[in-house]
Design a binder for this molecule. Structure first.
Ligand SMILES: *Cc1c(COP(=O)(O)O)cnc(C)c1O
Length: 408
């Protein structure tokens, strides 16, 4: 392998101001998380597992409280029984919406796996239960279409306004909390009294504030992305206003028991430790994203967010315009992994997606995309979505491999 260390050092020099800002954000977020631990007097006993009904499971209850505290929310559900981001989003939506209600999405069509939850046919979707769905597309420049949102808000029985923070498999950039705050204010000023709901996947700890600091009532995400710090083995979180958390808790379990039950014999240490690590881990992932982004830009591949900007989520999309280059990039990410490095990635019909997806995830936690990973649908214009990195050094190591392949 050619030695790219000098080139990579020159990239780091060009990125040093952004890296310094990322360190500053990580410190602010680490402080928030530590305050949450201390305010709730977290002790060794909170890590202990429980069995059966799990009545009085302090580890479970306090976990919800510290996530809520760190996100400046009133209450939270954090559970290994939320199986993924999609499941957390689905439970939250079903908890909030009743037949005859309308869900209004203001950030364009939601992420691929959420679409069937909302409007699938005869699969027990919200639509099948009689929940209506309205969607406002983003404007051509990727910004919120306030006029169209205003028009939708005065019509229909809208109970939930849904905002997706990260890009998903779209070409737009993630929204900043500033932009999310602007749309929240607009929605409130229009007289909306329901729940402003944010799909916060990939956005946690990227800025010093979260959507809950900027007017959102509820944030939802996955613990095998940012919020689990690379340590949580599974799970999701839902944090926000108490009244909504209570409703969703009755949906997560049963209407009669809500959040009073739920046990987990393996214990909760990984979840606590994951939240503790998350601000730092997210900073590592952001640095990996900027480093790879700069190098891909130098190679002539368009990629987003522009490396002149601070990123608002940990993902980076890279347009290859060519199937081979895309597939080679993804395979190199896999070959650079600590786990399954000997595997050559192939595209497949991944559950929940319409297109064939190719995915590099040589991860300790299966499929965890807070770990260095890359994926994308194999179709023109051949865009790979790169994200994660538990350590910045891993990103550097992977970049050297990618450069030696793509420069050939
Ligand atoms: C990943 C993701 C989801 C779904 O999370 P899973 O854990 O993969 O089910 C939802 N929304 C966005 C924007 C995502 O990036």
């Amino acid at each position: 392998m050619t030695d790219y260390s000098e080139y990579i050092e020159s990239c780091e020099e060009r990125l040093k101001d952004k890296f310094a800002l990322i360190d500053k954000i990580a410190f602010a977020n680490q402080s928030k998380v530590l305050n949450a631990f201390q305010n709730n007097k977290i002790a060794l006993r909170h890590f202990a597992g429980t069995t059966g009904y799990g009545y009085g499971d302090e580890g479970r209850d306090c976990l919800g409280k510290i996530y809520a505290d760190a996100f400046h929310a009133e209450a939270g559900i954090v559970s290994p029984h939320l199986l993924s981001g999609t499941h957390a989003l689905s439970v939250a939506l079903f908890g909030l919406l009743m037949p005859g209600d309308t869900l209004l999405c203001v950030s364009g069509m939601p992420y691929d796996t959420i679409r069937p939850v909302i409007c699938g046919d005869n699969i027990g979707s919200l639509k099948d239960y009689g929940v209506k769905f309205e969607c406002v597309d983003l404007k051509a420049d990727g910004s919120f279409d306030f006029n169209a949102i205003g028009d939708k808000l005065i019509s229909g029985n809208i109970k939930v306004v849904y905002i997706q923070r990260s890009r998903g498999y779209e070409l737009r950039d993630a929204f900043s909390c500033g932009q999310i705050g602007e749309v929240c204010r607009f929605v409130r000023q229009s007289g909306f009294g329901g729940c402003i709901f944010v799909d916060n996947c990939y956005g946690e700890f990227v800025e010093e504030v979260e959507p809950t600091d900027c007017g959102a009532d509820l944030i939802v995400g996955s613990l095998i992305k940012n919020a689990g710090g690379g340590i949580a083995p599974t799970g999701g979180y839902i944090c926000g206003r108490q009244e909504y958390i209570d409703k969703i808790g009755r949906r997560l379990t049963a209407p009669s028991i809500g959040l009073e039950v739920g046990s987990y014999e393996q214990g909760y240490r990984y979840f606590y430790q994951g939240l503790f690590m998350a601000p730092h881990t997210v900073a590592q992932a952001l640095k990996c994203s900027l480093l790879i982004g700069l190098a891909m830009t130098d190679l002539g591949y368009k990629n987003y967010p522009s490396i002149d900007k601070m990123p608002y989520d940990i993902t980076r999309c890279i347009e290859f315009g060519d199937a081979d280059a895309m597939i080679n990039f993804i395979r190199e990410v896999q070959y650079a992994s600590p786990v399954d490095s000997f595997v050559t990635c192939e595209q497949w019909d991944m559950p929940g997606y319409d297109d064939q997806i190719i995915m590099a995830a040589g991860t300790f936690v299966s499929g965890a995309s807070i770990e260095l990973s890359a994926d994308g649908p194999v179709k023109p214009p051949y865009i790979a979505y790169f994200q994660g990195g538990l350590t910045y050094e891993h990103g550097k190591y992977a970049l050297a491999k990618i450069l030696s392949k793509l420069k050939k």
